[in-house]
Design a protein around this ligand. Structure first.
Ligand code: CP
Ligand code: NVA
Length: 308
């Protein structure tokens, strides 16, 4: 039994295996209606709990659909409506849910909640986003890059904007999948140092460059995300916008990357804040492939968790 808690804490070969398995599953169902069950039904008779303590469109729909395609069943639970939101401990919730379901996916605030859930559950737990990381997103992103440009190893990935949870997982993946990573953004919003140190310890370049134009030179992939995450206080909105304005991904900035550089955003995007509509809808943008690949990548993650 394996929990999928983070990219840097998951075995490198297993991560590669999941990307390859996602690719095979996607290819196998090409052109079929979305609700068509996969031929082998690897999750037949399995029940999966999807817990959300924060809003979600992609994670919710892609996990639910993925389980159904693999022949399993889901229950989608909102943290607020569970006793979890009314004082029952995470540990007790984990032990109770483990008697009902075969797999738990949780989107929550503090990383400690995820870790406690995994510690006390006797079934695998998947990280569907915490304040600190978003590993499922980056599995989809690696898959998407490789679908368009071949192996990501040795490529240059640049993150422009807030050094947030999605950014942290992108840095972890640099170490695990062997690509170089450059962060560009204001010093107050740097990604956590441990993530950069992890990537460097795996032998890749993981650096900070304050000048966005210099940062994107030679980039194979430019990535950004919202300037205000779900866990950030709304009161910080104006300050963050002021600090981040110079790091907007626009046509001019993309013009300094490689001509074939891809653009990614985990979505939801705030058009014309962190990225212009022209870039989002432009020829180098693969944002909707990323969204689709959440489905395929997470199906592979669930199979790995359950060993099926
Ligand atoms: N990218 C992502 O996780 O989207 P949702 O918040 O809609 O799940
Ligand atoms: N950084 C964003 C990602 C949303 C998918 C957030 O945490 O709100």
């Amino acid at each position: 039994m394996n929990s999928f808690l983070d990219i840097h804490t998951t075995d490198k070969a297993d991560l590669r295996g999941m990307i390859d398995s996602a690719r095979r599953m996607k290819d196998a169902r090409a052109g079929q209606p979305k609700g068509t069950p996969d031929a082998d039904l690897p999750l037949k008779n399995r029940m999966v709990a999807l817990i959300f303590e924060k809003p979600s469109t992609r994670t919710r729909v892609s996990f639910d659909l993925g389980v159904r395609q693999m022949g399993g069943q889901t229950m989608v639970l909102s943290g607020k409506e569970m006793q979890l939101g009314h004082g029952e401990t995470i540990a007790d919730t984990a032990r109770v849910l483990s008697r009902y379901v075969d797999l738990i996916m949780i989107r929550t605030f503090e990383e400690a909640t995820l870790l406690e859930m995994a510690e006390y559950a006797s079934v695998p737990v998947i990280n569907g986003l915490t304040n600190r990381t978003h590993p499922c997103q980056i599995m989809a992103d690696v898959m998407t890059f490789e679908e368009h440009r071949g192996p990501i190893a040795g490529k240059k990935v640049v993150w422009s904007g807030d050094g947030n949870n999605v950014c942290a997982s992108m840095i972890h993946a640099a170490g695990q999948f062997g690509y170089d990573f450059t962060f560009t953004g204001p010093p107050t919003l740097d990604p956590e140092a441990e993530a950069l140190e992890f990537a460097r310890a795996q032998g890749v370049r993981a650096v900070i460059e304050r000048d966005p134009v210099k940062a994107v030179e030679g980039a194979d992939l430019v990535v950004t995300d919202t300037w205000v995450s779900m866990h950030d206080p709304q009161s910080a909105r104006e300050r963050r916008h002021n600090q981040l304005r110079g790091y907007q991904v626009n046509g001019e900035l993309m013009g300094h990357a490689r001509p074939d550089a891809l653009f990614m955003h985990c979505l939801p995007a705030h058009r014309d804040d962190e990225v212009t509509s022209a870039v989002m809808d432009g020829p180098n943008s693969v944002i909707f492939d990323e969204a689709e690949n959440r489905l395929h990548a997470q199906k592979a993650v669930m199979r790995w968790c359950l060993g099926v």
